[in-house]
Each structure stands twice: as structure tokens, then as C-alpha cells.
Design a protein around this ligand. Structure first.
Ligand code: N2P
Length: 362
């Protein structure tokens, strides 16, 4: 008769490849950005344990990477941050021979991300989306009238309009690069401008609506929109859809909508990359390759409502997701989208000080 220990060991060796038993991968991803069972499935299939941390700010990721020894094996910055992080030597080149699922990638997405990462040497897109406005339909209609346009940045950037919404709660992302890009675009200026004059104009606009902003935060607005605590948020497309779905599920009659305002919005790409000092680069490749599998990519997109960079996943993506123009924008809407280049460190310093002044209301 077998002892309990022998039985347990036999069971273990069946379930987990022996070599992988002590392997781990340390992943740092955006919050609310993965299906519920993805990590368990990865561990079941590979035996690699995932230590999973989340963030809601590119600026924060960059600070950790610059400090060094982050301990992370996989991080997911947006392309316009990845670009200068590559230049700063923060990543190791991807070993493409360990990423056979790269063949699933959408060539158009690869071409776009190559503008941040020539030759796609260091990063591969996970998902992409836009930064627009999420709102509570009833609260806005009540305050602005049945006929008011709700697909405009006026909601946030026109002081006379946003003033009317202040009592039901208006919030902004705590993401200076994106806030200034949206402000510059609204003013008809180049969102990629780095002139002091344009920065001052954007600061003036952001400061003019400061009195009506309840808070600056890059993930709290999901729950708050869903619960009716706030009525307007500058937010990430999929996050607003998550709020919309949560509100619907709660059944309290709260209807949330997302708009890519007609003046245009930022389109960004979030990129898997491996820090130069990653402790487990092999496991990192295995993790990224798993995430690039068509079924896994589709499951993640179906869960968080962001467009996938994965072309092979498309046929597995829910019809309501892939036919939603706010997730997969039509060619007309795409014409209004802009992308960002990496800011120089010099400009970034000015941007950060300016943002601090805006937030403090000084
Ligand atoms: C996920 C937010 C990711 C979008 N919650 C920001 N690039």
C-alpha cells in the first residue's frame, strides 16, 4: 500500500512539471486589466507561480523602474512611456524565439507600436484603448438638458459646463502626460507640443476647471461611477465599460456611458516589456507568450473591454465587444484619435511641476 506522502508526491508530479516547481514570475500590470482566471490557468499549465502587483499610473511604473531592482519580470507601460524607458536602458530585448505566439499579433498594431519601439525589439502590445470621458447619463441630462451634446470635452474643460456638474462629482485621471495632451488637443494645439507657451495655455485651462474637480485619481472612478458617487470622469475606455457593466449588474438603474469626444482623444498601446534587471527572464517570456495566445488574449479582452493587439484573438472576441465603436473605433472615429510621443526628461520636469500647481489649486 502506498503511504499518503507517496500518493501526494505522485499527484504533484502529475499536476506540475518537475522543473518548473520553484519557478516564479513577478508581474506588474495595470489594475482591472486581466480576466479572473488567467493567472491560475498560466500556473496550472506551466507550474510557474505568478506574483502579481497592480498599478494605475505610468509615472509610478517609471519611477520604480528608474530606481532599479524593482524585482519585476514583466511590466506593462504605455508605448509613449516605453519609448523613453528603452532609451534609458531599462529593458532587455525580447527573445523572439521564445515568443512563437508573436505570430498572432495584429500587423497594424505592431506597426503602430514600432513608432515607440523600432523593430518591436523590446515590447509587444497587450491591449490598446483611448482616454475619454465616462459619465452618468441621467445626472448629466438632468443638469445639462435633454438636448445637450455629451460627446464633447466641453463637459470637462468648459468651466461654465463643468460647473453645473460639480455637485454630482467630476474627476480626472492623475496622469499628467494624458491630462495635458487632452487639454492641448481641446485648445486646438498639438498634443505633442513641448513649448513653454503651450504648456502654460494647457495649465491655464486645467486650472480654470480645478474648482469643479472632486479628485484626481486613475482607478477609483470605476467604482464611483458604478455606484453613482460621481457623474463625470476623465477615464480609460475599458475602465468605464467595467463601471457600466457593474452598474447594470447592481440593478439600481444607473446608466454609465463612455464617449470618445468629437474633438478627439488619445489612443494608447500598453506594452509587455521585460526589465533589464528582471530576475526571471525565462519565466517572463513564458508568461508573455501565454498572454499572446489567441484564446487567452480573447478571454482577457472579453473581460475588461479593451481592444486586443492580437489579431488571432478576434474571432474569439464577443460580438458586442468587437462591434462596439468605442472599443474598436470605426475609421471615422480613428481619424480623430491622436497618439503621444515620449516627452523629453526636461519637458517632463516642467510638466510635473505644472501638474502639481494645478492639483494644489495654486
Ligand atoms: C486598465 C487601465 C489601462 C489603461 N485598468 C491605461 N493605459
Amino acid at each position: 500500500m502506498k503511504t499518503p506522502l507517496a500518493l501526494a508526491l505522485a499527484g504533484l508530479s502529475l499536476a506540475t512539471p518537475v522543473l518548473a516547481q520553484d519557478q516564479v514570475v513577478n508581474v506588474y500590470n495595470w489594475s482591472d486589466y486581466i480576466a479572473e482566471d488567467t493567472l491560475d490557468r498560466f500556473t496550472e499549465e506551466t507550474g510557474i507561480t505568478v506574483n502579481y502587483d497592480v498599478f494605475d499610473s505610468n509615472e509610478l511604473v517609471e519611477a520604480k523602474l528608474l530606481a532599479g531592482n524593482s524585482g519585476y519580470d514583466v511590466v506593462v507601460p504605455s508605448g509613449f512611456f516605453l519609448e523613453r524607458q528603452i532609451a534609458a536602458g531599462l529593458f532587455q530585448p525580447l527573445d523572439k524565439s521564445a515568443l512563437p505566439n508573436l505570430e498572432n499579433m495584429d500587423p497594424e498594431v505592431m506597426e503602430s507600436t514600432a513608432s515607440h519601439d523600432p523593430g518591436n525589439e523590446y515590447g509587444v502590445d497587450y491591449m490598446w484603448g483611448t482616454t475619454g470621458l465616462g459619465y452618468n447619463v441621467a445626472e448629466l441630462t438632468e443638469r445639462l438638458g435633454e438636448d445637450a451634446a455629451l460627446d464633447t470635452w466641453d463637459l470637462l474643460f468648459d468651466p461654465a459646463t463643468v460647473e453645473k456638474l460639480a455637485d454630482c462629482g467630476v474627476t480626472m485621471l492623475d496622469a499628467p502626460a494624458e491630462a495635458y495632451a487632452a487639454a492641448l488637443n481641446y485648445l486646438g494645439l498639438d498634443p505633442n507640443s513641448e513649448t513653454e507657451e503651450d504648456l502654460a495655455a494647457a495649465e491655464e485651462l486645467l486650472a480654470s476647471v480645478r474648482p469643479y474637480i472632486r479628485y484626481y485619481h486613475s482607478s477609483q472612478y470605476i467604482d464611483d461611477l458604478a455606484n453613482g458617487e460621481i457623474c463625470l470622469a476623465m477615464g480609460y475606455s475599458g475602465d468605464v465599460f467595467i463601471a457600466e457593466a457593474a452598474a447594470e449588474e447592481a440593478g439600481q438603474g444607473i446608466e454609465i456611458a463612455y464617449t470618445i469626444p468629437e474633438e478627439g482623444a488619445l489612443k494608447w498601446f500598453d506594452m509587455f516589456a521585460i526589465p533589464a534587471d528582471a530576475p526571471h527572464p525565462e519565466a517572463a517570456h513564458e508568461f508573455i507568450n501565454f498572454m499572446l495566445r489567441a484564446d487567452i488574449a480573447a478571454a482577457n479582452t472579453n473581460y475588461v473591454y479593451y481592444a486586443s493587439g492580437n489579431e488571432a484573438a478576434l474571432e474569439l472576441i464577443d460580438e458586442e465587444v468587437k462591434s462596439d465603436p468605442a472599443i474598436y473605433p470605426t475609421p471615422e472615429v480613428s481619424e480623430n484619435l491622436f497618439t503621444l510621443n515620449a516627452h523629453t526628461p526636461q519637458y517632463d520636469e516642467m510638466l510635473t511641476s505644472s501638474w502639481t500647481r494645478v492639483k494644489l489649486g495654486q
